[in-house]
Write a protein that binds this ligand. Sequence first.
Ligand SMILES: Nc1ncnc2c1ncn2[C@@H]1O[C@H](COP(=O)(O)OP(=O)(O)OP(=O)(O)O)[C@@H](O)[C@H]1O
Ligand SMILES: [Mg+2]
Length: 324
Amino acid sequence: MTDAAGSYAVTLRNLERRFGEFVAVNRISLDVRQGEIFGFLGPNGAGKSTTIRMLCGLLEPSSGEGTVAGLDIRTQREEIKRRIGYMSQKFSLYDDLTVEENIDFFSGIYRVPREKKAARKDWVLDMANLQEHRHTRTGLLPAGWKQRLSLGCALLHEPRILFLDEPTSGVDPLSRRTFWDLIYEMASQGVTVFVTTHYMEEAEYCDRLALIYRGELVALGTPSDMKGSLMADQVLSVSCERPHEALGVAAGLEGVRDAALFGRDIHLMTEDAGDLAPRLRQVLEARGFQVGTMEPITPSLEDVFVSLIEARDRADGSQQEFKA
Ligand SMILES: Nc1ncnc2c1ncn2[C@@H]1O[C@H](COP(=O)(O)OP(=O)(O)OP(=O)(O)O)[C@@H](O)[C@H]1O
Ligand SMILES: [Mg+2]
């Protein structure tokens, strides 16, 4: 398409997908550089899978434009499917086939040349650490192993761009770590990785992130850019009994921009934690709460996202009130 499309793995301009009246993806624009690990984050139903499916040539956009590997996501969907690797949210391995049979099956789907088939199969078995289990029925493998096999199958045809839709959901932290080692390995070989996740620690592993909420792009940048976006704010972490109730009290205080529960603690976004802390302690104690520690902390990505999403909710809420 354009020159820009050549130097980027993915370009999107005002990409939109509607289902009837419902707008699942709302005019998203972004670029992903070649070789980047790009994290696509958002709560359930935000539009992550719908976006990925449009990028992979599996779903037609309602409007807007995009390229993947320089190919048009509207008119070159079949070429795109051959050029990319895709691991869907519900992975597509066949449980009743053995490990080896699954690899052979996907080798066929991805049209791996006959002379390369044996070497590619070996590569997947090594990479997924499944040489010893090549004759095991796939359905019997633990989730983390299945995920590695699924990743291997998506890489059989040596794609330069890999789309992973929540590849690590439901696996234990150790398997997640191993899986990310594999993602880094791919990226170090120049493969672009576009990955959705719910896990905040995984967001930290990405070169750049996009946060999407209700189909809209809410933020785009590196993990440190995103944390920097809250520089004007400080986060005061408060431990207090009955944190749910205390949160309601704290949220109403002057100088509190946002308030959220993090485990059993309350995190308050404020411009001046030093000013807020004594006032808050006084108010809470006057209402009979036992207050523990109060300390300013460095905001985590989760703080940033909660803050951005709540700000978006408030903006939408005031618009709805205005319309009503
Ligand atoms: N084929 C469809 N028909 C109607 N609505 C759909 C269809 N596919 C998705 N949606 C809706 O679009 C919205 C976005 O769905 P999508 O699967 O893209 O979200 P997601 O961010 O991947 O969520 P999750 O984290 O749960 O996987 C949801 O409200 C979903 O119900
Ligand atoms: Mg999804």
